[in-house]
Write a protein that binds this ligand. Sequence first.
Ligand code: ZN
Ligand code: ZN
Length: 365
Amino acid sequence: MTEEMEQVADVTRRLEAIRARLNEEGLDALLVQSAVNRRYLSGFTGSAGALVISPERAWIFVDFRYVEQAKAEAPAFELVQFDAFLPRLREVFQSAGIERVGFEAAHVSVAASKSLERELPDVDWTPTVNWVETARGIKEPEELATMQQAIDLADEAFEHILGYLEPGRTEKEIALELEFYMRRRGAERLAFATIVASGPNGALPHAVPTDRELQRGDLVTLDFGCVVDGYASDLTRTVAIGELDGRGRELYELVLRAQLAGIQGVRPGRLGKEVDADARSVIAQAGYGEHFGHGLGHGVGLEVHEEFPRLSTRGEVELEPGMVCSVEPGVYIPGWGGIRIEDLVVVTSDGCRVLSRSSKELLII
Ligand code: ZN
Ligand code: ZN
């Protein structure tokens, strides 16, 4: 198959999932305005536009700037060019006899939903939640292959940065070096703002890199990732500079044990909150439960934080083969510092496979 035919095949499979939902809910069409969902369903990577999917047809609405791109990237869709979106949408709905329409409640502002009701008063608008996100939760083999490239690049960047870490380097310099490395090797962008947190700054799970210089005895948490062909990676390692005291060693071993327990717990049929508990109980039993204040993991794909699945105390989603998530316990002690270890895993038929390859042995550099 040519690349374009493969793309059409993917899109057909994805549209079928949406059409099954339309059928179940008795709707005539789904209006898709979220950029990520638009890309997932159509292949169109432009930053503005909308999709309408009915049981038999699929349209992509774009303005003048995106006509050529939409033709090239979304060949399975009928192209509708607009100057004013809502009047054009009304025309298409009328000509196709579309009356009951689902919209993405999580991605349409209150103001925008009021405009829909005002400009298309004859349409029966129904809020939908997570139709596309649920489908996105199960990764197809091609998606996994793309994501693996982003993950491999993060692994390479980690190996590279180990040779760069030394007393006197600032957190900002280290973050920049990681970012340049990934961009130079083909990342289209960063997956999120890089975290480099040294010494006491490590106590903040989402620390922003500062001008603080690394010192002997510091633990440094590096949490970073990149995007390749739309798919994100997310990796965290914590390393020691020069030496590490007894408490640091003890806590590193604890977080690693919790992380391995979390990975061990990932398999089909389990709920996100059960896996979270597997890791959390290890940390709690050692007396550090109150120092692990965030969820164990999140789904990853076209976005670095996805709901399907979420591993946390509120994770009600049942794990299924093909889901990809992070497993990232941490311990954070104000005034002292913190440790977090994060890998991405894919749920398999009987457990999971770890996708990141960076060593988790305690590294003292
Ligand atoms: Zn991360
Ligand atoms: Zn993460």
